[in-house]
Design a protein around this ligand. Sequence first.
Ligand code: ADP
Ligand code: 5GP
Length: 246
Amino acid sequence: MAGILFIISAPSGSGKSTLVSELRKQLSGVDFAVSWTTRTPRGSEENGREYHFTTREEFERMIAEGKFLEYAEVFGHLYGTSCTSLDEARAAGHDLILDIDVQGAAHVRAKMPEAISIFVLPPNPKVLRTRLRNRSRAEGVVNESELYRRLSEASKEIENYRQYGYILVNDILDRAVAQLEAIVLSERFYRNGETIAYRSRRVLEVAAACLQANSQERLKPVLEAFGINGDSSQQQLPFGDEPDDD
Ligand code: ADP
Ligand code: 5GP
């Protein structure tokens, strides 16, 4: 059975790593492509688990050798998905999840239009800021300029949501995990004819509701909170000086 390629993108801090890790606890046969990056490890990150950490020199050598399916510069560092990740998942007949930014997603979609793409949105800018700050605190490093950089990129990244087939709003974690699981199960059902043993109709309904085409009403308040589809001057407001929720 051929595996399905899933691309998941989101503004930094939206919770996509958390969602992918929860999904993999629930479902077997889903591999995660460990990317290569030139950024340094954060908190408890381990080489080979969250990322393969490397130097810019080595990364550039790998580019020249054609080792990457895609790569991009994000927040001043290089990030890339190795072709090996895809080859290994294919050989095992597993699905593969790529956690990549909007530029990388566009490259992969151009090469592999059959890929299923999912965009994760935080419910609003204030929650995003709180999550980013809490994560930094938990990692023991609160770098205000890095935090600001990631927040100010968020609205620009969100503007690309239309390029994605499915949209998740990661508000209540359990619900977002269930939606992600439903998307994977329903794609397996449609692509591979895999049976969904129980609650099948419900799973298909949950996934269908996450299709971008069916999400306009649900997304409206979230997009407006990020100043998208509205007055662009509002883009400054969300990250103002209001206190965090914590
Ligand atoms: P990303 O991979 O998108 O950068 P993370 O998965 O690292 O984001 O999540 C950022 C922070 O938000 C982490 O501290 C994580 O525990 C927290 N988080 C993720 N999803 C939720 C959620 N639904 N509710 C509350 N906190 C969340
Ligand atoms: P972080 O530094 O927070 O782990 O990731 C920063 C951004 O880089 C996120 O948007 C993440 O999706 C993206 N990213 C991680 N790995 C890759 C990759 O292999 N390719 C691309 N294009 N982006 C990646």
